[in-house]
Structure formats: structure tokens, C-alpha cells
Ligand binder design. Structure first.
Ligand code: FES
Length: 403
């Protein structure tokens, strides 16, 4: 069965997002890549079964010739040939977590260039190699700029100070589908220029020097998706910033941060990390992230909590600074019970871990919610402190309230 996506004219507001930020890889006919479906802020793309007859095209995969239907992605063609793609990294499958053409985790060598297989259509005579070893990885990264507030993994005493405290870059592509995505222009960007780790590290270093700060952060989208790219990026960043004042900061949803991946990143030079724990209960996690597959949601949620525990046991506080994020809005947590339970669980790992609760505001597809008031956020703070946490900060519309 083949899928195609069409515009739902009843919902489309002609904002232009699908023509500017999202780059359709095949504007003349849909190849079923999903990018516009996930990215449209109005959810104005319909999924339809495509029953039109298809010709066959010939492609070469790892030196062997195959015939596959036209008007499909390279990823779909390989799936038809028996290759597996997953949304949680595994040794025996290709990793395709964002499916919107931003993270380049699913990249293969296509006609001698590294291209995302989820966002590239098959063509007659196409030559595909699945071994990407030795090829420089790419990823769409943008927004290299100074910030006065920092991210989840920024220490509270800096968040409270005045002026720029950090420079940051943002990676395209995310494995979650949060209706409240606060950075959706980057998350769903498939039209940006893909950068090598060295190019991105050089850009961020330039911005650091220009704005005279010591902290350099990468966030998303979800920065950890393309692991090889990210490890190389931190290595390059460390090489370009050898002074003892420099801090290399990663903000992440931690949903695929396995122990091996954490070790790789720490070895590459990460000094500050901000895992954003979305929830404690899988039902809440699914409501917030729109991950429909319960098994996958459980895996993501479990991995994120285990990551915090592993970093605390092995790296924090001597080797890295860790600040944990918790989103808050009434639509996610109608009462504060789960917030309290999250506080208890973090306190059982280490009560000294900094926890920052973020006041989720109307954004992206979730514009029917109301941003929590500063008073509500103060209640969240009290709840987390009552659970035993010693360093709680909350983000409010009037700025951060610290411990
Ligand atoms: S999964 Fe293909 S670009 Fe992210």
C-alpha cells in the first residue's frame, strides 16, 4: 500500500510554511515522505492511500540491481527489499527517527552523495550504497546566536544574571511530535543547508568570540538523533575552544541517550547537559509527544529516565553539570500529582540536581492552551521542593524564579 499526502483546503491558511521551511523533495508528485504531514502548523495535510498504477524503476543497491515502484522514497524502496528502519537506534537496522529530512540519521550514499533516505525519491538508474563509513556526516543546523537565558542545562546562577550568557545552535529533526513544539521552525526545517560537524563547530566558535561568552550550546529539534554527527561536532568544538573557561552544553529530550551514547558524548567533550524529562507516566508522555506507538513511547520514556540516573551515577557533579527540565501546563498535568512523583524520583537519584520547570505556552499545533501564570509556576516549584529537591527553578512569563 502506498501513501500520498494532499492539502486539506478546509484547514490550510496559506501560511507558506510547507513551501519555505519544509522543502518538498518532489513538488510535481508526492513520494509519500511524510515531511509536510508532520510539519504543517495547521495539521492541514491529509494522508491518502494512493491507488494509481505505478511503473517500475531500476535501482542499484550495494552493487545489485532491483526493480521497485516509482514515486516512493529510497527508504521505502529499501524496506520493500527487506531492509529495516527503526525509530529507536538498533544495531541491525537503519535509524530513521525524524522522517522529515532534517537529522540526516537515515542518510545513505545516493548517486555518490550522502542524502537522507526518508526525504529522497527513487529514480531510474539510481545507485545506492548503504555503507556510509568514511563519509563526513551532515545535518541541518541553524540559529547560531547569543542567548541571555540559556537552556535546560544552564546553571541557575547564570540564568539569573543579566546579558548574554551563552551562544547556541539548533539542529533540525526530532523524533517526537509535540503539539507544543517551541522551536518548530527549526525542528521541521528541511530546506536549510546541511553542515558538517566542523562547519557547525566553527560557526558556533565564531559566535562565541563575537559575543564574548564561554558557553556554547546545541539544542534542537533533537540534537542527539545523528549520533556520529554530534560526537564529531563536540570533538571539533573542543579542538577550537581549548581554553579552560569554555563550556560545551547539550540540551536533549534524552529519549535515545543510551549509556554508550552518553559515554561517547562525554569523551567528546560535553561539560553541561540538560535532559528534558517529559513525564513519568507513559500516557502523559504520549499525550505530550504524540508518539502513538505505546511500545516506542515506553522505550523513549524509560531511556530518558535511565539517562539521568546514569549521568548522575557516573558524571555528575564532578565531571559535568546536569540540569533537568520538566514541562508544565494544565493540559499536560491537570493536577500536580505527577509533578510531585517526578520530583520524588529525581530526588531519589540526587536531591541536589537542578530542576527547571518550563511553562509551556500556546505554540505550533497546540494554540488552545493558556500559558501558566507565575502563581501556577510557583506552585509547581513548591511541589517539587516538597518532594525533596533542593535546587528548583521555574520559568515564568516574568522571568525565572530561582532556588
Ligand atoms: S530520519 Fe531521515 S532525515 Fe531524519
Amino acid at each position: 500500500m502506498f501513501i500520498k499526502y494532499t492539502k486539506d483546503n478546509n484547514k490550510c491558511v496559506h501560511c507558506g510554511f510547507c513551501e519555505t521551511i519544509v522543502q518538498c523533495p518532489s513538488p510535481d508528485f508526492c513520494i509519500g515522505c511524510e515531511a509536510c504531514f508532520h510539519a504543517c502548523p495547521e495539521a492541514a495535510r491529509k494522508k491518502l492511500v494512493d491507488r494509481e498504477p505505478r511503473r517500475k524503476v531500476r535501482i542499484m543497491v550495494n552493487g545489485s540491481e532491483f526493480e521497485v515502484p516509482e514515486r516512493i522514497t529510497v527508504k521505502k524502496a529499501l524496506e520493500l527489499l527487506g531492509y529495516r528502519f527503526t525509530r529507536f537506534p538498533r544495531e541491525d537496522a537503519f535509524f530513521a527517527p525524524c522522517l522529515t529530512g532534517g537529522c540526516y540519521s537515515c542518510s545513505l550514499v545516493i548517486n555518490d552523495a550522502l542524502k537522507p533516505s526518508c526525504h529522497t525519491g527513487v529514480e531510474d538508474g539510481m545507485v545506492i550504497q548503504t555503507n556510509v563509513e568514511g563519509r563526513t556526516p551532515f545535518r541541518i543546523v541553524e540559529g547560531f546566536s547569543p542567548h541571555s537565558v540559556g537552556g535546560v542545562g544552564t546553571p541557575y546562577w547564570l540564568k539569573m544574571s543579566v546579558g548574554y550568557i551563552e551562544v547556541a545552535a539548533f539542529t533540525a529533526g526530532c523524533n517526537l511530535r509535540c503539539g507544543t513544539c517551541q522551536n518548530y521552525h527549526v525542528t521541521y526545517n528541511s530546506s536549510g543547508l546541511p553542515l558538517t560537524p566542523r562547519e557547525a563547530a566553527a560557526n558556533l566558535t565564531y559566535v562565541r568570540k563575537r559575543f564574548r561568552v564561554d558557553r556554547m550550546a546545541i539544542s534542537g529539534g533533537e540534537a542527539t538523533l545523528n549520533h556520529r554527527w554530534l560526537v564529531e561536532f563536540f570533538k571539533e568544538l573542543k579542538l577550537l575552544n581549548r581554553d579552560s573557561k569554555s563550556r560545551l552544553h547539550l540540551d536533549t529530550n534524552a529519549t535515545i541517550l543510551t549509556e554508550e551514547r552518553i559515554d561517547d558524548l562525554m569523551k567528546a567533550g560535553v561539560t553541561d547537559i540538560g535532559p528534558d524529562l517529559k513525564a513519568l507516566r507513559v500516557e502523559t508522555f504520549q499525550k505530550l509527544t504524540n508518539i502513538e506507538d505505546r511500545e516506542l513511547a515506553e522505550r523513549y520514556l524509560k531511556t530518558s529516565w535511565e539517562a539521568v540516573e546514569y549521568i548522575s551515577d557516573n558524571y555528575y557533579p564532578e565531571k559535568v553539570f546536569m540540569g533537568v527540565g520538566i514541562p508544565y501546563n494544565k493540559f499536560i498535568h491537570p493536577d500536580l500529582d505527577e509533578i510531585y512523583e517526578m520530583g520524588l524520583k529525581i530526588a531519589s537519584i540526587d536531591p541536589e540536581i537542578q530542576v527547571c520547570s518550563l511553562d509551556y505556552r500556546p505554540e505550533f499545533r497546540k494554540r488552545d492552551i493558556i500559558q501558566p501564570t507565575p502563581e501556577e509556576m510557583k506552585k509547581v516549584k513548591k511541589t517539587l521542593e516538597a518532594a525533596g529537591l533542593k535546587k528548583v527553578i521555574v520559568q515564568t512569563s516574568r522571568g525565572h524564579i530561582g532556588p
